[in-house]
Design a protein around this ligand. Structure first.
Ligand SMILES: [Zn+2]
Length: 356
């Protein structure tokens, strides 16, 4: 009996010990998770730095927005697009970026690839990002009748809405194709009213870096075995970025007297899949932390009047400058390097020549 009791006690002790151990382990895991989350929040929020190496230390904020989802193909196979898209998303996650991707649903309709292309959008939601509407067919409002542009908004939200509902979300942001907001003030205002009526907030941007120009040349070089040329294009892209950022920072300072929360307009393309880590590193080095689009839009700068209607897809900084009494900037963002622009134009005309 005593021996049996002893045995029972030992067994009991082992059970208790193992329960304690499990409890301890669970507690340890929970605490580590909490600490990890706190650390993540801290690393995402600790945004102290200087602009352009100046003496003023301040926190800069930027939202990352990515257009032309599921992916700007430039002749890439669906497998290559998937690989690039995963790389882009994994890097955004690595830097704690709450990005938004703007969808052109016409790009989903490729026979035999529909599921895979919808899967690319689902990957954004699985990665904790959100999606917005970039219009079916990517139609610029400059050359599209108002009614047609409006129906492209509704036609362009069907799959996105269905997907987002599965994540308890709904599309709420619209990005103008080519950033064309309307040829006249009347069309601009009518379209904007239409967007509001359908629950959309316009997604403006204050920084763009001609990434689509570099991407066309870069993708062509990669697909034609010109790896060293592609590297040269990528290097030029990143060196242009520094000047582009400095220009937009200066412009926002000249317009508002301080650095506003910026909204960066990038595209889902090959050059960004391969450069996003460097781009985000450089933004962090300049003192930026990453915020969501809705958070960026809380900056009062985004309530400034848009003083432009016409063919050019200019950034909001220039639209506001017109709306705020024609403020003149002392600096403008640079164009891509001349050799990049020349090669881009050559490739663009080559592609036009092969169109039926
Ligand atoms: Zn676009």
């Amino acid at each position: 009996m005593a021996a049996a009791l002893k045995h029972l006690d030992i067994t009991h002790m082992v059970v208790v010990m193992s329960m304690n151990y499990r409890l301890f382990f669970a507690l340890f895991l929970a605490l580590s998770l909490v600490a990890g989350v706190a650390q993540d929040a801290e690393s995402a929020a600790s945004c102290h730095g200087t602009v352009g190496g100046g003496a003023t230390s301040q926190q800069l904020r930027i939202a990352i927005t990515v257009d032309d989802l599921p992916f700007a193909d430039q002749g890439l196979s669906i497998d290559e697009q998937s690989k690039n898209a995963s790389q882009l998303l994994a890097t955004l996650q690595k830097h704690n970026v709450p990005a938004i991707g703007f969808v052109n649903e016409d790009k989903l309709l490729v026979p035999g690839e529909v599921d895979e292309r919808i899967g690319l959008l689902r990957a954004w939601l699985d990665a904790g990002m959100t999606l917005g509407n970039h219009g079916f067919g990517h139609l610029g409002l400059q050359k599209t009748a108002l009614a047609e542009a409006e129906s492209a908004v509704l036609k362009g939200e069907v799959v996105t809405r269905w997907l987002m509902e599965q994540y308890d979300m709904a599309p709420a942001y619209y990005r103008y194709p080519y950033n064309q907001t309307g040829p006249t003030k009347e069309v601009r205002d009518a379209f904007s009213t239409f967007l509001t009526r359908h629950g959309y907030t316009v997604a403006p941007f204050t920084i763009q870096n001609d990434d689509h120009v570099y991407d066309r040349v870069y993708s062509y070089d990669l697909q034609h075995g010109e790896a060293s040329e592609a590297r040269r294009v990528r290097k030029a892209y990143l060196s242009n970025l520094a000047v582009v950022l400095a220009a937009h920072e200066k412009m926002s300072e000249e317009l508002f007297g301080h650095h506003i929360t910026q909204i960066f307009d990038l595209h889902a393309n090959a050059i960004n899949a391969d450069s996003i880590d460097s781009i985000l590193d450089r933004l962090e080095d300049r003192g930026y932390c990453f915020v969501s689009l809705p958070e960026a839009l809380k900056d009062p700068a985004y309530r400034s009047p848009d003083g432009y209607a016409g063919p050019y897809g200019m950034t909001w900084l220039r639209r506001w400058a017109k709306g705020l009494g024609g403020v003149k900037f002392s600096v403008y963002p640079p164009d891509p390097q001349a050799w990049v622009t020349e090669r881009h134009e050559m490739l663009a005309s080559k592609m036009d020549a092969t169109k039926p």
